[in-house]
Design a protein. Structure first.
Length: 144
């Protein structure tokens, strides 16, 4: 069985975020955001995350933009030009075209997918995890 965690960083404190991450015992934080250096990200900017995940959680950090939507897709959703169902379908098509299922399950086993949304319900990290479960089978998804 492959175990994939997911986490978002908005509407939470750094203490709560890193506490949940550490308690999960994930081995790596996998950043699936398109833009991981925005000043709006607060403690969740790329270089800060690399430092904090290693120092506080003893885990690695990597940015995998292959698991992120395109800028045009994200902009259309954020500006409400498309609804969630349309965005999710477009993102599923993108994952299929990128063949993300060819990532070896061992590469993501025990990893935590990071995005900004506070809950997984309307976040692409959930869509990634569920797509991989459909393609690989036997994936336990744990939303932190």
């Amino acid at each position: 069985m492959v175990q994939i965690f997911t986490i978002g960083f908005t509407k939470t404190s750094a203490e709560h975020f890193f506490g949940r991450l550490k308690d999960s015992q994930s081995r790596k934080l996998v950043d699936v955001r398109l833009n991981n250096v925005s000043q709006l990200a607060g403690f969740a900017k790329r270089d800060d995350l690399r430092f904090f995940t290693k120092s506080l959680c003893n885990m690695e950090y990597s940015h995998v933009p292959k698991l992120a939507p395109t800028k045009s897709m994200l902009d259309a959703y954020k500006s409400k030009k498309v609804d969630w169902a349309t965005y999710e379908r477009q993102f599923l098509d993108l994952m299929i075209s990128r063949q993300i299922e060819k990532i070896k399950p061992a590469e993501l086993d025990g990893c935590c997918l990071l995005c900004s949304e506070d809950t997984p319900h309307f976040c692409h990290r959930r869509v990634v995890a569920e797509y991989l479960n459909r393609e690989w089978g036997n994936v336990e998804i744990i939303h932190l």
